[in-house]
Design a protein around this ligand. Structure first.
Ligand code: TRP
Length: 332
């Protein structure tokens, strides 16, 4: 059987990169798979989060899923902290994963920065909790952005080592599902950096809560170069900002980058940016509005999260029992 798991961190400023790189792709998968979509709030606290904001941001991730078209009847939507089996399996995985493996994780190196000694132990163990998220449901496929591939490889390594060490076939080997033209949406201010919730500049990202005016303003100010758009993809090679905007257009319009260039070859950014603004407002605007509408009724979102937690727990419970049995951990 095939089962999908994916998660988004509730750390605020949900943006176009989260939408195009992840959330949008969750929707279509519902037709072919059993899908479990999580607001990974325990991952969020690997760096400091204000408690009240964390609660609100957790709801916001759920609202974003629903607004984007995830159907809470068909799919499971829940918050990580409401299913304790994630934390339990993460501990067991901490004892399977090797320090050498963790030391290779590029996301840790990026997030910890220069002051690694001062990073939380949780940030270091982050990928092991992510592996537990996936494996506690024996999920087979995970839709993610390009940047999460390394974590999925680690998940496979942990699963394989667990199976080997204990001589079992407890865990499947998970496959990443990576989609489309904008799996990596870059900052509007610097085409070499990922669009990020933590960039100090608001102009670096388009968020779910931006209205038409701010989408237009941010795209107008988006960094570009002076040349017109090329007629072929090779022409975007050393032009990260141009490549990013073309990628965003392609993703929003469900076209390839080449198809976008077929339409805009030779156009200046003064022509392309307004076209991109219209498209972004048309495709992304209504989702942000629906999210805001859902956020105005937190009781409704909370009820969905509660029901999701029950359904998720029902799948996770026999898996964590099986794992404890295999490991020799006595159960309550
Ligand atoms: N690390 C993922 C990210 O930053 C979020 C995440 C946590 C996740 N657990 C997961 C994604 C499990 C997929 C599956 O995007």
């Amino acid at each position: 059987m095939s089962r999908i798991f994916s998660g988004v961190q509730p750390s605020g400023n949900l943006h176009l990169g989260n939408y195009l790189g992840a959330i949008r792709n969750f929707v279509g998968l519902q037709d072919d798979y059993e899908c479990i979509y999580c607001a990974v709030n325990m991952h969020a606290i690997t760096v400091w989060q204000d408690p009240e904001e964390l609660r609100n941001n957790t709801r916001e991730v759920a609202a974003a899923y629903i607004a984007a078209g995830v159907d809470p009847k068909r799919s499971i939507i829940f918050a990580q902290s409401t299913v304790p089996a994630h934390a339990e399996l993460a501990w067991i995985f901490n004892c399977v994963a090797r320090l050498g493996w963790m030391n290779r994780m590029t996301q840790f190196k990026e997030k910890a920065g220069k002051n690694r000694e001062n990073a939380s132990l949780g940030l270091y163990a982050y990928p092991s909790l992510m592996a537990a998220d996936i494996m506690v449901y024996k999920a087979t496929h995970v839709p993610v952005g390009e940047d999460q591939k390394q974590h999925l490889e680690l998940t496979r390594d942990i699963a394989q080592k667990f199976n080997n060490d204990y001589g079992t076939e407890t865990f499947p080997l998970v496959e990443p599902l990576i989609f489309g033209a904008a799996t990596r949406v870059m900052s509007l201010r610097d085409g070499s950096k990922k669009m990020s919730k933590s960039d100090p500049s608001d102009y670096s990202r388009i968020t779910f809560t931006d209205d038409r005016d701010s989408i237009a303003k941010k795209l107008r100010k988006a960094r570009t170069d002076a040349d017109p758009l090329p007629d072929a993809e090779e022409g975007l090679k050393d032009r990260p900002e141009a490549a990013n905007l073309v990628g965003i257009y392609a993703a929003l319009a469900n076209l390839t980058r080449q198809e976008v260039l077929n339409e805009f070859a030779g156009a200046a950014f003064s022509t392309f940016k307004p076209a991109l603004t219209d498209l972004a407002v048309e495709k992304f605007g209504p989702i942000g509005e629906e999210m805001k509408r859902l956020m105005a009724d937190p009781g409704h979102v909370d009820a969905i999260l509660r029901e999701g937690a029950e359904r998720a727990s029902a799948i996770a419970a026999p898996v964590i029992d099986e794992v404890k049995e295999v490991v020799g951990l006595i159960r309550p």
